[in-house]
Design a protein around this ligand. Structure first.
Ligand SMILES: [Zn+2]
Length: 143
């Protein structure tokens, strides 16, 4: 879609192109497949370990190739984890998994969700709190 506009200061016409906002697609290729293999090997056992340690149960864990989130949790108690998690330091991987596990009890980011996540993080990471870890995670961009 485009339209011509006239700029009276320059005496020229110019075009404004309105692009439809498209969801960015996650890259694919051999590097992504390498990460996927690694993620399938490493992430589900770690998630199971954390779930057992803190008394959570979920249905399925799926490793996803997307660039919209590090992880997600559905009301059907399925957890999705981004294959790119394997590129993060272990404690940030754990932080994302704890975050998704907390969504099994609170499907929102309300005060109860954060209280639970804070408690788990305090136990899991003696030197860092949930806020610090969230801040560190933000430094990693999903591309
Ligand atoms: Zn969340």
């Amino acid at each position: 879609m485009s339209r011509l506009f006239f700029n009276p200061f320059t005496g020229q016409f110019f075009k404004i192109i309105a692009r439809r906002r498209k969801a960015r697609k996650a890259p694919t290729g051999p590097r992504v497949e390498e990460m996927r293999t690694q993620a399938r090997e490493q992430l589900p056992p770690r998630l199971a370990q954390l779930a057992a340690r803190y008394g959570f149960s979920y249905n399925r864990v799926v490793i996803k190739n997307n660039i919209s989130n590090w992880g997600s949790c559905s009301s059907k108690k399925n957890i999705n984890l981004n294959l790119r998690l394997v590129t993060l330091p272990q404690e940030l991987q754990d932080y994302v998994m704890l975050h998704e596990l907390c969504h099994l009890r609170h499907l929102n980011h309300g005060p109860e969700f954060h209280a639970l996540l804070d408690t788990l993080c305090a136990d899991c990471f003696p030197n860092k709190n949930a806020r610090t870890l969230a801040g560190q995670l933000r430094a990693y961009k999903l591309v």
